[in-house]
Design a protein around this ligand. Structure first.
Ligand code: CAA
Length: 258
């Protein structure tokens, strides 16, 4: 598939997906959403150990495309929300960690897209918010759920009910982003983290992601039992043998992802 609204560069086993719809500040219309779906479900292979998802300096993503939503019937809007939600779920459930490198605006669907990623790193110029109530609608790409699970109900309610935009420092303070860097440093620091993740045992990292994602939707006793199942799964891997042997032999492990 030829992408019109994004690029995907792969270096070794790290993919950088850059949204490029500058005229609309990377707003998510059906075409952008379908390219995002394609890249995560069909283009990127099991070899990828970490993905960086980023935008332009002005905007990570300024939300769902408001002009495209204009005139949608309630039924069409539900289908639009569901299709976006399923695409975001494919990012959330991608086998390797996804880092959102947020440069500028991450509003509405843009904030929700960042929330579907494992880790958010922001530039000092980034701005976050769920401004849907200004439009007479509600977040529809998972924001009411993922923002609440990420920053807790108090802050999530405030952001969603007021529609206020917060800067990167405030987003960091409330736990919405992991770190804040200058715009010049943002990508290099994201790549640095991606390389650290990519250097670890890929199957183990993938199982960690699965344990965190699936466990957070279970009650604690079931979730820790699920962790034990995945712990056992990691023990059947070649990488476990290699990792433990390398430790004992005081050498660097060489992981194959099996
Ligand atoms: N949808 C469609 N077009 C958008 C857009 C969006 N979400 N955000 C920006 N654009 C377009 C603008 O219409 C404008 O296009 P034209 O030049 O053709 O007029 C262009 O991008 C540049 O935008 P501005 O001139 O507005 O730029 P600015 O610097 O003055 O303001 C901004 C930037 C504060 C981000 C402002 O564009 C803005 O408020 N955008 C909308 C943010 C928003 O409400 N997002 C939530 C959308 S709803 C949603 O996401 C629902 C959901 O959960 C599924």
């Amino acid at each position: 598939m030829e992408y019109k609204n994004l690029t995907c560069e792969i270096q070794e086993n790290i993919a950088t997906v850059t949204l490029q719809r500058p005229k609309a500040l990377n707003a998510l219309n059906q075409e952008v959403l379908s390219e995002l779906r394609h890249v995560f479900t069909e283009h990127l292979t099991r070899e990828i150990r970490c993905v960086i998802l980023t935008g332009s300096e002005k905007a990570f993503v300024a939300g769902a495309d408001i002009k495209e939503m204009d005139g949608m019937t309630p039924l069409q809007s539900r289908q639009f929300a569901r299709s976006g939600q399923l695409i975001f779920e494919s990012i959330e459930n991608f086998h390797a960690p996804v880092i959102a490198a947020v440069n500028g605006y991450a509003l509405g669907g843009g904030c929700e897209l960042a929330l579907a990623c494992d880790i958010r790193i922001a530039s000092e110029k980034a701005k976050f918010g769920q401004p849907e109530v200004n439009l007479g609608i509600i977040p529809g790409f998972g924001g009411t759920q993922r923002l609440t699970r990420t920053v807790g109900p108090g802050k999530a309610r405030e952001l969603i009910y007021t529609g206020n935009t917060i800067d990167a420092q405030e987003a960091h303070r409330i736990g919405l982003v992991n770190a804040v860097y200058t715009p010049e440093e943002l990508l290099a620091k994201s790549v640095e983290m991606a390389k650290t993740i990519a250097s670890k045992a890929p199957l183990a990292v993938s199982l960690c992601k699965k344990a965190i994602n699936m466990g957070s939707n279970m009650d604690i006793s079931r979730a820790i039992e699920f962790e034990a199942d995945l712990f056992a799964e990691s023990f059947s891997s070649e990488d476990r043998k290699e990792g433990i042997e390398a430790f004992v032999q005081k050498r660097k492990a060489s992981f194959v992802g099996k």
